[in-house]
Design a protein around this ligand. Structure first.
Ligand SMILES: [Ca+2]
Ligand SMILES: [Ca+2]
Length: 209
């Protein structure tokens, strides 16, 4: 009886140690920012800050069918015309307050642990570029361009050092110091003109490359 009890205790301790180790490693190397679960809705009371101008248009909904992880992904149906623009943003300090729906708030993230952002995009093979923007703590907009030249899910991991400060546009209030100031508080996607199609995004993380 005694041996059984010790064996049981030892097995239990081993299990908890391994579980703790796995969680510790996940915590060190990667942090889930956004899985696009829960309500995905439009408008000022919505949960995604998105819109378009200059003749372009964009619609954003939750996709239950095409998803990479969990119950759903972010579906972005767009028509990007020459001279137009659009944005699809999740994060903090935006006009749409409900877009601040990350798994963890920027102020609680130790950005020294991570050096890249990672996410999955389901391509539409439109041959257009998709701008991936980060907004830093001084409201400065940073950009990296990826190609929509594939179909199906593809993972992108973009080092912070590969982003460039946008020269085409910055908000009035931005501290335009061309330094990526942490914490980053917003990520956003913009399919660039001219193209029309549907893209999906899922499983946005901070990672250590
Ligand atoms: Ca998801
Ligand atoms: Ca800055």
């Amino acid at each position: 009886m005694r041996i059984d009890k010790i064996t049981f205790l030892a097995a239990g301790m081993l299990f908890f140690s391994l579980t703790a180790l796995v969680f510790a490693q996940m915590g060190d190397n990667e942090l889930l920012l956004d899985d696009f679960e829960g309500a995905i809705s439009a408008g000022e009371q919505g949960t995604v800050d998105f819109g378009a101008g200059g003749g372009s248009s964009v619609e954003v909904i939750a996709s239950k069918e095409t998803k990479y992880r969990g119950e759903q992904a972010l579906e972005v149906k767009f028509d990007a015309v020459d001279g137009g623009y659009m944005w699809v943003s999740r994060g903090y300090g935006l006009t749409v307050k409900g877009a601040g729906a990350w798994q963890v708030e920027p102020k609680d993230i130790d950005f020294t642990k991570y050096d890249a952002i990672s996410f999955y995009m389901y391509g539409a093979d439109t041959k257009t570029q998709v701008a991936v923007d980060l907004v830093d703590s001084g409201s400065e907009y940073w950009r990296y361009l990826i190609e929509d030249d594939f179909t199906g899910w593809k993972e992108f991991t973009i080092p912070f050092s590969d982003f460039f400060a946008r020269g085409d546009w910055q908000p009035e209030k931005a501290e335009k110091n061309t330094v990526l100031d942490f914490p980053v508080k917003v990520f956003q996607f913009e399919p660039r003109p001219a193209a029309k199609g549907t893209l999906y995004f899922d499983y946005v993380r901070l990672v250590k490359k």
